[in-house]
Design a protein around this ligand. Structure first.
Ligand code: ADP
Ligand code: MG
Length: 660
């Protein structure tokens, strides 16, 4: 077998399984061996039931002491049973696994592994894994990879496939010459890939992650520099007219607020780039809520008034819809036509948008990835913008630009990165930073609390809602899969509705919903038809509802601080006082200390670097990363030194030119 072979060549993978792998982008053996786990499970010695406290993930060795009950809920089938050891009992609960009735029986003994919830006087383990004592012994103290999964793809399928390609992994050739490996202390690539799929010790796993992070950075940097070399020579054929620039004053007067100094500087940089001899390639970096959208609008405005088209690409349909609405309003007085292009448009509507883009009837288009599909053609594309750049790859950014003849490029990001790293990662871009938040914003009030605070939090949310505001709740996550997370959100919503009462409208949002459903929910939330929105982290990027004043985050300890900061950024966007409640389910000192950072600071840079300091390099498992800059294993904060090495190596061995 060779890396370039289709995965149907792998023993045990037929067409149907191959199609499932296709959903996660795995088509060849090469893709498969580079499909990395997102986490590892460590199986530890079972503990006694009475020693469990809320939030612990633990193994217990118990006898099933009740019958196995199957009840049909409104949305799922629920299987429950009671299990006990000498010290106490615990209720086990599974969603949508009715077959367990035929697997588990009263009197049998199993090791159950899962996270503990305390409900009143009883303990509950939701969706526990179960093993016979014999099988559990075999796994004890090993690290089991947990792969990112989609519907139909199980962890077992990936693990099995990976075992079948061990020979290919072992014979992977290393692109890095011996000398380069020596210089930067790189584990051979074949060892690294072996270790990431089949880790033996924590130490060799960390080495493996470091090697693969290095590779990701190295290739990323090579691409960025290639782009830079290409861009630097491009002549500006979309010169902004004097008229357009002078009409900006009127546009600004219509905003209803004063631009901050940072926004003004960014706008000035853009105008100067777009009137220069060369094409603009600029990054606007500004913390959440700093007001990047209006800067993008100014760029779109001068583009359209000068007679060119502008396109703005965003990572989610919900966000596309939001921007579309705002832009339509803003540009109405100027008779500029705004279009929307997303994946969930009907075929007829979509064709219409294609036609109107090609004819030039649409001046400004907002959309998702749908903007870079082959069908889309423009009449005269002068500016492309990617919002929330960290959610896209360099390739996608480039693809959007290729839709025109060397249009100006503007990218926007809220990822707080120190300047030294930004210069490497965005080497092909000039950078404008918006440092301050708009004036008049009240500082968000934060609190980090335990689960016993929940009733007070709900009472508080109730009070805020009754005074006309809205709230978000980020739901607890069950780590196993997106499907379970979704179910969890639904249950939480049901329970919360009961607690808050009839006159408060609670709805939910999760990643498994259809795009059109998500958009509808967001629309209703923005129109204040929904008071409390329970959601997974899908609302993390870009959402703007200035009337929302409370953000409550369950299981805050499971997130990286940078991501929590992004989530918190959904409130505090208007004039009213806003609040963020972090529920720290696992009340360890460590998680308390980490979360305290958020209580003390609202500064994205500071938070990201503290996160790194408190976690320490290598402490990245078990905490959800925010997927910054679309890296799979690399983390720009904890691998900052590796990033610098990779840049040096790219200059030395990759043939790119240094800036000096
Ligand atoms: P982000 O930088 O996170 O994308 P947005 O562009 O969504 O932030 O702006 C957040 C909110 O702040 C929006 O409601 C926007 O209208 C408002 N806003 C932007 N600039 C200003 C300003 N200079 N003064 C007051 N409000 C502003
Ligand atoms: Mg934004």
């Amino acid at each position: 077998m060779r890396p370039e072979d289709k995965i149907t060549e792998v023993k045990g993978i037929g067409d149907k399984t191959a199609a499932t792998f296709g959903k996660v982008g795995v088509e060849t053996v090469y893709d498969l061996i580079h499909y990395y786990p997102r986490n590892y499970k460590v199986y530890e010695q079972p503990v006694s039931v009475s020693s469990l406290s809320e939030g612990d993930r633990a193994a217990v060795f118990c006898r099933i002491v009740s019958g196995v009950a199957v009840t049909r809920g409104r949305r799922f089938t629920i299987v429950t049973l009671s299990a006990a050891d000498d010290s106490g009992s615990v209720k086990m609960l599974w969603y949508n696994m009715p077959f367990l009735r035929n697997v588990l029986h009263k009197g049998e003994m199993y090791v159950f592994v899962g996270a503990i919830k305390i409900q009143g006087a009883s303990r509950v383990m939701e969706m526990p894994e179960y093993y016979t004592q014999f099988n559990y012994q075999k796994m004890l103290s090993t690290m089991q990879p947990v792969y990112p999964l989609v519907k139909g793809l199980t962890n077992n399928m990936v693990t099995k496939a990976m075992r079948a390609v061990v020979d290919v992994i072992k014979s992977t050739e290393d692109y890095a010459p011996e000398e380069m490996r020596q210089e930067y202390g790189l584990t051979p690539v074949s060892d690294a890939i072996m270790a990431i799929h089949f880790p033996e010790t924590r130490e060799n796993l960390i080495k493996a992650v470091e090697r693969l992070a290095f590779d990701e950075f190295f290739h990323f940097i090579l691409n960025v520099y290639k782009l830079k070399e290409k861009n630097i020579k491009l002549i500006n054929t979309h010169i902004i007219s004097e008229d357009a620039i002078s009409r900006l004053n009127g546009f600004e007067a219509g905003l209803g607020f004063q631009l901050t100094a940072g926004q003004k500087n960014a706008a000035r940089d853009i105008i100067s780039d777009m009137s220069s001899d060369h094409v603009m390639n600029r990054l606007i970096q500004g913390d959440v809520g700093s007001g990047k959208t209006v800067v993008a609008e100014e760029a779109l405005f001068i583009t359209a008034v000068s007679g060119y088209q502008g396109a703005m690409m965003v990572p989610t349909e919900v966000l596309a819809e939001q921007h579309f609405k705002e832009l339509t309003e803003r540009f109405k007085p100027y008779k500029l036509k705004v279009g929307l292009l997303t994946g969930s448009l009907g075929a007829k509507e979509r064709r219409l948008v294609y036609e109107r883009l090609k004819s030039g009837e649409i001046d400004i288009v907002v959309g998702t990835h749908a903007l870079i599909t082959d069908k889309v053609e423009y009449k005269n594309l002068g500016l492309v913008i990617t919002d929330e750049q960290h959610r896209f790859g360099v390739k996608q950014r480039e693809k959007l630009a290729l839709k025109g003849e060397h249009p100006h490029v503007l990218v926007m990001s809220a990822t707080p990165i120190p300047r030294t790293l930004a210069i490497i990662l965005y080497a092909d871009l000039d950078i404008s930073v918006i440092k301050e938040l708009p004036a008049g914003r009240k500082k968000i009030k934060n609190c980090v609390v335990g689960t016993d605070y929940r009733p007070s939090a709900y009472a508080f949310i109730r009070k805020e809602v009754l005074s006309g505001h809205q709230a978000y709740i980020i739901c607890p996550m069950v780590e196993e899969s997106e499907a379970v997370d979704a179910e969890n959100v639904i249950n939480y919503t049901d329970e919360l509705s009961t607690v808050l009462g009839n006159n408060i409208k609670v709805e939910y949002l999760h990643g498994r919903m259809k795009e059109s459903e998500k958009t509808e929910i967001m629309e209703r939330f923005n129109n204040r038809e929904i008071d409390v929105l329970v959601s997974t982290t899908v609302i993390e990027v870009g959402i703007n509802n200035p009337n929302a004043t409370v953000m409550m985050i369950e299981n805050a300890e499971r997130f990286g601080l940078a991501q929590l900061h992004q989530l918190r950024g959904r409130v505090g966007r208007g004039d009213a006082q806003s609040y963020c409640i972090f529920i720290n389910v696992k009340k360890s000192d460590e998680s308390m200390e980490r979360l305290k950072v958020l209580e003390e600071s609202n500064d994205g840079f500071h938070i990201a670097s503290e996160d790194l300091r408190l976690r320490g390099p290598g402490e990245f498992f078990g905490i959800r990363q925010s997927g910054d800059l679309a890296f799979r294993v690399a983390d720009i904060y904890s691998h900052a030194d590796i990033l610098k090495n990779a840049q040096e190596a790219a200059i030395k061995y990759g043939g790119i030119l240094s800036d000096e």
